[in-house]
Design a protein around this ligand. Structure first.
Ligand code: DAH
Length: 348
């Protein structure tokens, strides 16, 4: 019996070698340890064993049982680990790979500047109103006191559309659009795109943006002094408190008197460069007291109401502020240029 047991053990251990498959192991388990397996069979035949040897045989059966169970458990562990390693190797995940970064955009420098300008003007009490880019002759020219033969109304100075419409050449149409439907007191700014058939160059672009502003109240309340005060305050807030601001007499059909405002050139600090046309100053905006004919065109009595207006190009204003000396850079959208204004430099 002992010999038989020894043989069962040797046979089983041989079959439970390191490379044994799951099926082989299961087969040994059933054959040797199963409910009607070889060891059970031995136990069943215990009465055949001489009484004095029974304890030794019983112990031997238990030892073999324990040894084989341990062996099977260890092989099972090994197999589980191998399966895990196989699946890790197959579906390899490199947790040290950097994640996909989602590229984040930022505002165009001209947009940043425009928002900064509007912020300042709003803080001074102006309300922002959007007005149309596609206009009729009346709102872009007629109501603004342009005579019928004014050169701005020529083909080469205006993009005309079918049906008597045109692309606005300035945001001054905003004055007419707002005053037509509202009564003073008014303090309004109208930002937006404008169009003129100019070649894209260092100083000009066929599409550009302006901010128009105006303030109207009862006659005698808003004067040229307020115009100067508001614009000086605005320009110093935008360009810095030490900027030079200069008012020059000028002419616009829609204002009387009219003025052009210059700012000391921030690029060359007065030394002269191509942006300031070597004068040390750059014209930054046009302004004046709203012409009585403009007030009449919107149904206001010039004896009753009075106010000022101003208009400025946003790209031109930004060029200086950002130290950029070529308008084309704003429109080419070269990321190497735009990246320089990534963290809002244009709005500080
Ligand atoms: N509309 C003028 C232009 O496009 C700018 C301008 C000048 C606007 C004087 C005004 C103003 O309101 O008073 O060049």
């Amino acid at each position: 019996m002992k010999e038989q047991l020894e043989q069962i053990r040797a046979q089983a251990l041989q079959e439970l070698s390191n490379g044994a498959s799951e099926e082989q192991i299961e087969a040994v388990r059933v054959r040797v340890l199963g409910r009607s397996g070889e060891l059970t069979e031995i136990m069943r035949r215990m009465p055949e064993v001489p009484r004095d040897q029974r304890p030794a045989v019983g112990r031997m059966v238990n030892e073999i049982k324990q040894e084989l169970e341990e062996r099977i458990a260890r092989l099972g562990e090994q197999q589980k680990r191998a399966a895990m390693e196989r699946s890790l190797a197959e579906a390899r995940i490199d947790v040290t790979l950097p994640g996909l970064s989602v590229p984040r955009g930022w505002l165009h420098p001209v947009t940043q500047s425009r928002e900064r300008m509007l912020d300042i003007l709003e803080s001074m009490g102006f309300e922002v109103v959007e007005t149309p880019e596609v206009e009729d002759d009346f709102h872009n020219f007629g109501a603004l006191n342009f005579p019928p033969d004014h050169p701005a109304r020529e083909m080469q100075d205006t993009f005309f559309l079918a049906g008597g419409l045109l692309l606005r050449t300035h945001t001054s149409n905003g004055q007419i659009r707002v005053m037509e439907r509202r009564k003073p007191p008014l303090a309004i700014v109208c930002p937006g795109n404008c169009y003129r058939p100019d070649e894209l160059s260092v100083r000009a672009s066929p599409m550009f943006s302006q901010i128009e502003g105006f303030m109207v109240d009862r006659a005698g309340i808003i004067t040229m002094a307020h115009l100067k005060g508001v614009l000086t305050e605005f320009l110093r807030a935008f360009y810095g408190a030490d900027s030079g601001v200069r008012f020059r007499a000028s002419f616009f059909p829609f204002t009387e008197p009219s003025t052009e405002v210059d700012i000391s050139c921030l690029l060359c600090h007065g030394a002269g460069c191509r942006v300031c046309k070597h004068s040390g100053w750059t014209e930054i905006l046009g302004a004046g007291m709203i012409h009585p004919n403009v007030l009449r065109a919107v149904g206001y009595d010039p004896a009753e109401f009075q106010g000022f207006a101003f208009g400025m190009g946003v790209e031109r204003t930004s060029l200086l502020k950002l130290g950029v000396d070529d308008m084309r850079l704003f429109f080419e959208n070269d990321l190497r240029f735009l990246r320089q204004f990534r963290s809002g430099e244009a709005a500080i």
